[in-house]
Design a protein. Sequence first.
Length: 261
Amino acid sequence: MDHQKKIFGVAPGPFEVKKALKLLEGQKGRILDLGCGLGKLTKAIKKNRPDLEIYGCDISREAIKKAKKDSQKVHFRVGSSDCLPYKENFFDAVFARHVLEHLEEIDLMMSEVKRVLKKKGNFYSITPLEGSPFTFEYWARKIELIKQARDKYSGHLHFFSFKDLRGVIEKSNFRVENYFFEGFFLYQLIDCFYFPFLVVLKRDFSFSFRDAFTVRRKPGLWRKLAIITKMTLEIIFEAENIFWQKIKTPGFIIYFKATRV
């Protein structure tokens, strides 16, 4: 995956922002959004939590350049997860949304996260569990065409189970404090066929439905329909989340809060 050409962090929905804020409840001080992409979610967090001093870091120069055009009091900077451009014990928390699965050397990132975090600082992770047999994605990857499509467009290098991911975090001397799931049956079903659909459409690997149809497309009927479709699906997914979270069913995406020990 060429992270200079495919830019992440585009137009988070209101429910994504809500869950990120839920994960950060009670957090104070200085926070790094690691792998922030365009910084849309980073800015949304800052807007809702102006008490926090927020930094955004991403390997994509183009993403950071665009994020800086309207920084909204977020400190954006280009940097790699295995060599963060910050001094030791600088942050009270590090937030990593859909980052771990993209990295070749996760241990290097976790070492850097630990270095820049203050003692007893928090690490927040939002990560898909493609290696969990409780997900459709786990079984869909056994179909070669779906596997190839997911690998082409997602850029994922690791396919975690719950146990694997928790082990990665705890091995780096973090203690898991809390976690919750999202992304259940309908979400997973659509997610399984989204990438093969892009193959059928012959889209480039950098293509994003959200970016192309709800952000960059000029105002008009098609943009309105795309936005309505996106919001309708997000409402359905959130209703599904509320139901399955009540009975503590494992989902596709896990939100972890861990503390440096």
